[in-house]
Design a protein around this ligand. Structure first.
Ligand SMILES: *Cc1c(COP(=O)(O)O)cnc(C)c1O
Length: 456
C-alpha cells in the first residue's frame, strides 16, 4: 500500500489537477442534494473486499458525488453563513493533510503549532483582550462554546459551596442553537432573555433580579452574542461586561460569525467590551476565509481552561519530557488528537497580510449596505431592519411563507443561487422573510441585482 508505484503517481497528479481546477475556477456550479437511494444507484457498491480502484472511485466522485454538494464559496450562495476560503488557505489545507502532524502536543507538532499560535496572536490582538489571553483552534464554534462553558463551570465549581449545584447560564433568544445544545452537553440549565433586538446590561440586570435565591446561587455565566447568526446583531458587550463584573459571573462572547468583523474599522466600535470577556468564540471558517473546519476559543486566563481540559494518562507522560516543552493545544479544549487546523489560516495570513483581510471583510459589510439600498429603492421589496454586519433581512411585499420557499427551491433548481428564508419576530408572531449573508468578497452588485430581480 505504501510502495510508490506508477499508478499512485498518476493518481496523485489526477487529484492535484482536480484540486487546482477546483480552486482556480472562477464560477462553480451550485450542486443539488439527491436522495441517498438515488446516489446509491448511481455509484453502486464502493466499499468491497478487493476495492474498486482509485481511478474508478475518483470518477464516481467527479461524475456523481461532487455535484451533489452545494459549494459554500459560490458568489450567489448567500444562505446560512456561507464561506470563502482563500486559495492560499485551501492549498495549505492540502499541505496540512500531507504533513501528518499530530496537533495535540508541542512535542509532535511544534512547527505546526508555532504557526497556529502566530495566527492566534493576531486574532487575540483583534479582541483587545489583556496580556496573557490566548486561545486554541477547535473544530468549530460549537466545540469552542462547549470548551468555554465547561471551563467556566469547572472554575465556578472550585468553590465547594457550588459543588453539588447544577449550573445556570443566561443568554438571549438570539443566541446560536449551539449554546443551548452545549448547555445540554455540559448539563447546565439555560435561561433565554427575550430581548427585542440586542441584549443590554439592563435586560440582564432585571433578569438577574427576577431569579429566585437558589437560581441566583446556580447562575455562573452569561453568554452574549457578537453578531447573531440570523441578523448580525451585536449585544451591548460593554454594559453586559459591567454587570458580569458586579455579579461575579463568567462573561462569554460568542462571536463565531461576527468575530471576523473585528478587523473592520467601520464596525469595530460595535464590539466594544469584548476585551472584558473571560472567553470568546470566533470561527475562522466563517469570516476569516479558512476552509472547514476551523473554530477558535480564546480565554482571558488560559490556566483555567487547562485546569478544566488537560487530560492525564500514564502514556501521556512522555510528552512532558525536556525539549518538548511548549504549548499543548489539547489542554485548552475538549479534543485530544487534533489536526493543526489553524495552519491553513496562518499560511493565508502570511501570504496576503492582514490588510487584505480587512478589505475582504469590509467588502462583505459594504455588499450588505448596497443590498439594503437596492431593496429600499425597489417598490416590491422592504427591509425588515437595517443591515447589520453582513446580514440583510427583507421582505417581498405580499409574499406568504410558501412563496419564499418556492422561490428558494426554484433558484436552487436552476443552479442560479442559494438564498434561504428565515423567521423574524414581529410582535408576537414570527414572520417568514428573506435573508442574505455576505462573506465572499467576489459577490458582485450584479449578483445581488439578479437575485432581487428573480423575486418579481
Ligand atoms: C455558526 C455559529 C456557531 C456554531 O459554529 P460551528 O462552527 O457551526 O460549530 C455558534 N455561534 C454562532 C453565533 C454562530 O454563528
Amino acid at each position: 500500500m505504501h510502495k510508490i508505484d506508477l499508478n499512485l503517481i498518476e493518481m496523485t497528479l489526477d487529484i492535484m489537477k482536480y484540486a487546482i481546477g477546483r480552486i482556480s475556477a472562477t464560477e462553480h456550479t451550485i450542486g443539488k442534494p439527491k436522495k441517498e437511494s438515488e446516489l446509491k444507484s448511481l455509484v453502486g457498491e464502493t466499499i468491497t473486499a478487493k476495492g474498486i480502484g482509485g481511478e474508478y472511485a475518483f470518477n464516481l466522485w467527479k461524475d456523481h458525488l461532487a455535484t451533489a454538494n452545494v459549494p459554500v464559496d459560490h458568489p450567489r450562495n448567500l444562505a446560512f453563513v456561507p464561506a470563502s476560503p482563500t486559495k492560499a488557505a485551501i492549498m495549505f489545507d492540502l499541505v496540512t493533510s500531507a504533513s501528518s502532524i499530530h496537533g495535540a502536543y508541542w512535542m509532535e507538532g511544534a512547527g505546526g503549532i508555532f504557526c497556529e499560535n502566530e495566527a492566534m496572536k493576531w486574532i487575540v490582538s483583534l479582541t483587545g483582550m489583556p496580556e496573557g489571553s490566548f486561545g486554541v483552534f477547535t473544530s468549530g464554534g460549537t466545540a469552542a462554546n462547549l470548551s468555554a462553558i465547561v471551563t467556566a463551570r469547572e472554575h465556578w465549581r472550585e468553590n465547594p459551596e457550588y459543588q453539588r449545584e447544577k449550573g445556570l447560564i443566561i443568554t438571549s433568544i438570539g443566541a446560536h442553537s449551539s449554546i443551548k445544545a452545549m448547555a445540554k452537553v455540559a448539563d447546565v440549565d439555560i435561561l433565554l432573555v427575550d430581548s427585542e433586538e440586542r441584549l443590554t446590561g439592563e435586560d440582564l440586570k432585571s433578569q438577574i433580579q427576577n431569579l429566585t435565591v437558589h437560581e441566583r446561587k446556580r447562575l455562573f455565566a452569561v453568554v452574549a452574542t457578537a453578531g447573531t447568526t440570523n441578523a448580525g446583531i451585536i449585544d451591548d458587550l460593554d454594559d453586559i461586561a459591567t454587570v458580569c463584573q458586579q455579579e461575579n459571573l463568567w462573561f462569554h462572547v460568542d462571536a463565531a460569525y461576527g468575530g471576523g468583523a473585528l478587523v473592520a474599522d467601520s464596525v469595530r466600535h460595535l464590539f466594544n467590551g469584548i476585551e472584558k470577556a473571560d472567553s470568546v468564540t470566533i470561527d475562522p471558517h466563517k469570516w476569516m476565509f479558512s476552509p472547514y473546519d476551523c473554530g477558535a476559543v480564546i480565554y482571558k486566563e488560559p490556566e483555567l481552561a487547562k485546569n478544566a481540559h488537560s487530560q492525564q494518562g500514564s502514556y501521556l507522560d512522555i510528552f512532558k519530557d525536556e525539549g518538548a516543552h511548549g504549548f499543548n493545544p489539547t489542554d485548552y479544549q475538549i479534543q485530544l488528537t487534533r489536526r493543526v487546523r489553524g495552519l491553513p489560516l496562518w499560511f493565508s495570513l502570511a501570504t496576503h497580510g492582514t490588510d487584505r483581510y480587512k478589505e475582504a471583510v469590509e467588502r462583505g459589510i459594504e455588499l450588505a449596505q448596497i443590498a439594503g439600498r437596492m431593496i429600499t429603492a425597489h417598490p416590491d421589496l422592504e427591509l425588515v431592519r437595517e443591515p447589520s454586519l453582513s446580514c440583510v433581512l427583507y421582505r417581498r411585499k405580499g409574499w406568504q411563507p410558501e412563496d419564499y420557499t418556492e422561490w428558494t427551491y426554484e433558484n436552487h433548481r436552476k443552479g442560479f443561487a442559494l438564498v434561504t428564508p428565515t423567521k423574524w419576530k414581529n410582535g408576537d408572531t414570527f414572520e417568514t422573510v428573506s435573508r442574505f449573508c455576505f462573506i465572499n468578497p467576489d459577490t458582485t452588485e450584479r449578483d445581488i441585482e439578479m437575485i432581487l430581480e428573480s423575486m418579481v
